[in-house]
Ligand binder design. Structure first.
Ligand SMILES: Nc1ncnc2c1ncn2[C@@H]1O[C@H](COP(=O)(O)OP(=O)(O)OP(=O)(O)O)[C@@H](O)[C@H]1O
Length: 626
């Protein structure tokens, strides 16, 4: 009996083994497949700029900029662009889209040295704002200088006179960087010869394409496409995949390759980099000053800090308030002359000051433009707005503020889109970042909207907004008396006077800057933008926070922030390279592309849709006359 039992149990075991075997085989197959995929992915990630076929001069220039490895979008876009393909690249902000088109574009110009008979530029790079154009222009110039090649690049702006434009276009230049409106004006005024453009133009880039239509450039682009020859290579770079991008694609591209970040299509995933930690502090509107003072003065947030307000007066109020505590800051807003704004951006990016207070009122303006319906109305609205605030200025979107470690929302933006665009100014390239939003009860509804739109629950990693843990009630109360005292001294009249004085200064600066930059485009030290506005010097006792005001928790929190800063090598002169290796890959926005199901998945994981390989994307032909 016992033997029978043993046998039956042995049989059972055997059966069990047999049953389990296929599962083991399946597991092994899956593991092998996974391993192969990982290997392929790793191989793809290892691809260097050399592997992409990039010119050694460009590679050397990149090395001088501490850039040694292509980002995922660059890995896929560069070879395609070098092959002459039309490309639509959609990847989140800070993913390196600018070099993804600039490097191959320059390489093409190096090798196919433009014909001597060209009467017009070979390449147009169009971006929605002057600041963005300036940013691209600076990148092209620096690459060209580092490569030591002879290429002429000009930036055209709508504030240039016809004779300035003609002078700039004499030659002609190889590359024009401008807004669509400005190029359209040049074409219709005959400053740019239409026939010459049709003969010479071989590459056109629409950068920040998702913004071009919302900035009201549809008519300009339509007019422009009429002069873009059929053989011209068209590149469209965008952070989102909106209906506007689709429209542009139809308007100007022929059979493009579509390179898409898997998550693109949803605002939250497009913009908020995964390595940005988001926090909030609930407090009354009145208490915001003492809270922001505590954050900055007690060094509970990492520098550099970009502070957002919704109104220009608020930014001056903050600046005057900070001054009394020895915190130097600069303001940036659409009221300031263009040269000053560019200079402020350059100084901030160069690390000349740590706190920049930017007024971001672009959301309501943009919305107004959308709501206004017809293009004629949009254009009129744009012209009207320009009289007071510069409509081509965008504080938030697309501007590459360098090494911003903290974004502070002193006032909540007016929309969820505004929120994600503000947050997108940190965590760029290989940096990590944090944001802290001060939320008053009146802003609570907007905050709830933002939370629901960016979806706290489904993606805890990138979209969770947590209470800010490092600021204690005691720390705030310790500073309250001083803060309220100083806040009372920053009256409406003081704010108004400072704003007017700053504007006057900056207009003067702007003239000086204009003249100076013509001769010394790289000189940053001529003027300071973080100078004191207040007539009286800050009281010495407000500059330093006495130890007795700091409770043990705050002291501990300060230490943590300092340690984190030291660990990250975060100081103004910190080179990206120094701390590059310390970040986990999964938190690196430059490496967050992952595979998406497609009919022809690329090894690198970017969805790559070639002409004719996507049924949903019928071949796109340019609908306008060549
Ligand atoms: N391969 C790279 N390695 C390291 N840093 C890079 C690389 N390519 C670009 N960068 C840097 O990353 C930053 C962001 O790049 P870029 O401005 O091109 O991003 P973007 O995708 O165009 O963002 P946005 O949509 O906001 O304009 C820049 O400071 C750039 O110098």
């Amino acid at each position: 009996m016992a033997k029978k039992k043993q046998k039956s149990s042995q049989n059972k075991d055997k059966n069990q083994e047999l049953k389990e075997q296929p599962v083991v085989v399946e597991d092994e197959a899956a593991a092998a497949k996974q391993e192969k995929e990982d290997e392929e992915k790793e191989e793809e990630e290892e691809r260097s700029f050399e592997d992409l076929g990039l010119d050694p001069r460009l590679i050397r220039a990149l090395i001088k900029k501490n850039i040694d490895k292509p980002t995922p979008i660059q890995r896929v876009a560069i070879p395609l662009i070098l092959e002459g393909k039309d490309v639509v690249a959609r990847a989140k902000t800070g993913s390196g889209k600018t070099f993804a088109y600039l490097l191959p574009l320059l390489q093409k110009l190096f090798s196919d040295s433009p014909s001597k008979h060209n009467q017009a530029p070979t390449a147009f790079i169009l971006a929605p704002t002057r600041e963005l154009c300036q940013q691209v222009y600076a990148e092209v110039m620096s690459l060209i200088e580092l490569c030591r090649v002879q290429l002429k690049v000009v930036q055209l702006t709508s504030s240039m006179s016809n004779s300035d434009l003609r002078t700039a276009l004499a030659g002609p230049p190889d590359i024009i960087v401008s807004t669509p409106a400005c190029v359209h004006t040049c074409l219709s005024d005959g400053v740019l010869q239409q026939k010459a453009v049709q003969d010479s133009l071989s590459i056109i880039v629409l950068d920040e394409a998702d913004l071009l239509l919302s900035y009201g450039y549809e008519d300009d682009l339509k007019a422009l496409t009429a002069h873009v020859p059929r053989r011209c290579q068209c590149l469209l770079m965008s952070a989102t995949s909106s209906a506007d991008v689709e429209k542009l694609k139809r308007l100007i591209l022929h059979n493009p390759y579509i390179l898409t970040l898997p998550e693109v299509g949803d605002l939250k995933d497009d913009i908020i980099p995964k390595n940005v930690q988001q926090f909030y502090i609930s407090c009354s509107a009145r208490d915001k000053l003492v809270h922001i003072l505590a954050l900055l003065k007690l060094e509970l947030v990492q520098k550099k800090v970009l502070i957002f307000t919704n109104a220009i007066d608020t930014s001056y109020r903050l600046k005057l308030f900070f001054e009394q505590f020895g915190i130097k800051s600069a303001v940036l807003n659409a009221e300031l002359p263009q040269n000053s704004r560019l200079h402020i951006l350059e100084e901030f990016n160069a690390g000349l000051f740590d706190y920049l207070i930017a007024t971001d009122d672009s959301q309501p303006q943009e919305k107004k433009k959308f709501d206004s319906g017809s293009n004629a109305v949009q254009k009129k609205a744009r012209k009207h707005a320009k009289q007071k605030l510069d409509a081509e200025f965008g504080v938030v979107r697309g501007i590459d503020f360098k090494n911003v470690h903290t974004v502070l929302n002193f006032e909540m933006p007016q929309s969820a889109a505004g929120y994600v665009h503000r947050i997108g100014r940190t965590g760029r390239a290989y940096n990590t970042g944090a944001s802290v939003s001060l939320v008053s009860p009146e802003e609570n509804d907007m905050f709830e909207d933002i939370k629901s739109i960016i979806g706290e629950s489904d993606n805890m990693d990138s979209n969770f907004i947590a209470p800010f843990p490092l600021l204690t009630k005691n720390a705030v109360e310790g500073l309250r008396y001083r803060a309220e005292d100083v806040a009372r001294s920053v009256t409406k009249v003081a704010v108004r006077e400072s704003r007017a004085q700053d504007l006057r200064n900056e207009i003067l600066n702007s003239e000086k800057l204009k003249a100076h930059f013509q001769d010394n485009p790289r000189d940053l030290d001529l003027l300071k933008h973080d100078k004191l506005l207040s007539k009286k010097d800050p009281a010495p006792h407000l500059r330093d926070v006495p130890e007795y005001l700091l409770d043990p928790t705050t002291q501990e929190a300060r230490k943590i922030v300092k340690l984190a800063r030291a660990a990250m090598g975060n100081n103004n002169t910190a080179r990206r390279k120094g701390f590059k290796g310390k970040f986990r890959k999964s938190r690196d926005p430059l490496k967050t592309f992952s595979a998406e199901a497609s009919r022809r998945p690329s090894k690198g994981g970017i969805r790559r849709r070639g002409p004719g390989c996507d049924a949903g994307h019928k071949r796109k032909r340019k609908e306008t006359v060549d």
